[in-house]
Design a protein around this ligand. Structure first.
Ligand code: SF4
Length: 111
């Protein structure tokens, strides 16, 4: 174990320096941006190309192809709370979808 923690090896020291430099070079904002955007409540634009391709609509019941009983709040990819107005979706990183929304990628929430 002691041997694993020993950092006097020049190669390991070089690696640690590079790793520290690389971490410092990544702007913190770029790491936090998706979460920040979601926290600020930027909703998915229904005209967004991904939203259009998936047939997403905030009013899921009115979306063409909507299947009764399927809404974002019951989707495996939705990570908001069921009683919230909106929440994050794994497909729309950093944006919020309506809890009563729907798209063609709906997957029944497990459990
Ligand atoms: Fe809503 Fe699920 Fe489609 Fe995301 S993948 S927009 S949570 S139905």
């Amino acid at each position: 174990m002691e041997r694993l923690l020993h950092i006097s090896d020049p190669g390991r020291r070089q690696f640690l320096k590079l790793a520290a430099t690389a971490f410092a070079a990544v702007p913190l904002g770029s790491i936090l941006l998706p979460e920040r955007a979601a926290a600020q409540g930027q909703s998915v634009d229904p005209k967004d190309p991904l939203a259009v391709s998936l047939g997403y609509a905030c009013d899921g019941a009115a979306a063409p192809g909507h299947v009764e009983g399927q809404f974002c709040k019951g989707c495996q990819l939705y990570s908001g709370t069921v009683d919230a107005k909106n929440g994050p979706c794994a497909l729309f990183q950093g944006k919020l979808v309506c809890s009563d929304g729907w798209c063609k990628s709906w997957v029944k929430r497990a459990g």
